[in-house]
Design a protein around this ligand. Structure first.
Ligand code: MEV
Length: 342
């Protein structure tokens, strides 16, 4: 049910910004990236759209009608929240939206109110980077509305801050990838982030299968931390092996070697399973994709449910669909976060 305490009188200026931000999948290196290893992620043609209008008062109005879950309308006044009806996942995503607005205001030193509308083509909490895309989209749209030009590096840095302040901990992988687009090779230690956008226009026959997640990214990262503590040297070897896979994966992407990328995806899935982040459902999707002739398949993102990525043709898509709640084909996005004309 969509209810508001206050009927929103629109106090906006004539200016309006429309921003599009892609989702992402991690090809290699998830979890290991949290321990200083590199990761290789790629932006995908599934988008979050954010519309923003600066207001003449100081209120913040947020409408998120399409996060593939129930809608929400929130009204905030000078003294805080005036009214909102939100449930489950919406509440979760609202935290990113509010934090992005707060950081955009702080960064630009303005107190303008804003009308924000967020739409997502991606299932939320799936490992496709929706929270990063929403954070970057809201930041970008707000900053544009507040008259501030930011570089993509700065936008990604601010988006990483949103994710860290909401989640407690996060690597810069998702925010950097959805900001820059294309293939992003990333490594970080503390505040020191190295981002390389790979010089390639390689298309992937990319298929994504989704099953609901039982745990949040934060919970999965914590689970891996404890597991690594128990595994000791074995854990280190697994992380080292993931690092080698990622480095070789970078080489294959630059060479356009789909066979090589696919082979490494299977290896990476095995290593992630050894870390304990796969589930029976994810293993079954990978197995079904392999049986149908996929070049490669693996879980992507934090695991514990969520998404599998596979490389293959229509038979693979059919096999992945049969084992997933949602499955679709998608392409690589090479543009990253952009402002669109209405
Ligand atoms: C989440 O998309 C990927 C993880 O490596 C966590 C992170 O990088 O923050 C599991």
């Amino acid at each position: 049910m969509l209810t508001t305490y206050k009927l929103s009188t629109i106090h906006c200026t004539n200016i309006m910004t429309f921003v599009r931000v892609p989702g992402k999948v991690i090809l290699f290196g998830e979890h290991a990236v949290v321990y200083g290893k590199p990761a290789l992620a790629v932006a995908i043609e599934k988008y979050v759209y954010v519309r923003a209008k600066r207001r003449s008062d100081e209120e913040v109005h947020i409408t998120a009608n399409d996060l593939t879950i129930k809608g929400v309308h929130v009204v905030m006044g000078k003294k805080g929240l005036i009214g909102a009806f939100v449930t489950g996942d919406v509440r979760h995503y609202l935290r990113y939206i509010l934090k992005a607005i707060e950081i955009a205001r702080e960064y630009s030193g303005v107190e303008y109110g804003i009308d924000i509308e967020v739409k997502s083509e991606m299932p939320v909490s799936a490992g496709l980077g929706t929270s990063a895309s929403i954070s970057i989209g809201v930041l970008y749209a707000c900053l544009e509305e507040f008259g501030i030009n930011v570089s993509k590096e700065e936008l990604a840095r601010l988006g990483w801050r949103v994710e860290r302040e909401v989640q407690g901990a996060a690597s810069p992988t998702d925010t950097a990838t959805v900001t820059h687009g294309g293939y992003v090779f990333i490594q970080y230690e503390g505040e020191n982030v190295k981002v390389e956008r790979l010089d390639t226009s390689l298309e992937l026959p990319l298929i994504i299968g989704y099953v609901p997640r039982k745990y949040t990214t934060k919970e999965m990262v914590e689970f891996v931390r404890k597991r690594l503590e128990r595994l000791g040297r074995i854990g280190e070897l697994i992380l080292d092996a993931i690092e080698s896979v990622t480095l070789m994966g970078r080489k294959y992407v630059l060479e356009g070697d789909l066979q090589g990328i696919g082979e490494l995806m299977y290896v990476c899935h095995g290593l992630l399973a050894a870390l304990g982040v796969s589930t029976r459902e994810l293993d079954e999707i990978v197995h079904a994709a392999k049986t149908a002739g996929a070049l490669g398949a693996k879980l992507t993102g934090a695991g514990g449910g969520g998404c599998v990525i596979a490389l293959g043709g229509d038979d693979v898509l059919k096999a992945v669909k049969a084992k997933s709640v949602i499955a679709f084909r998608t392409n690589v996005d090479f543009k990253g976060a952009i402002v669109l004309d209405e």
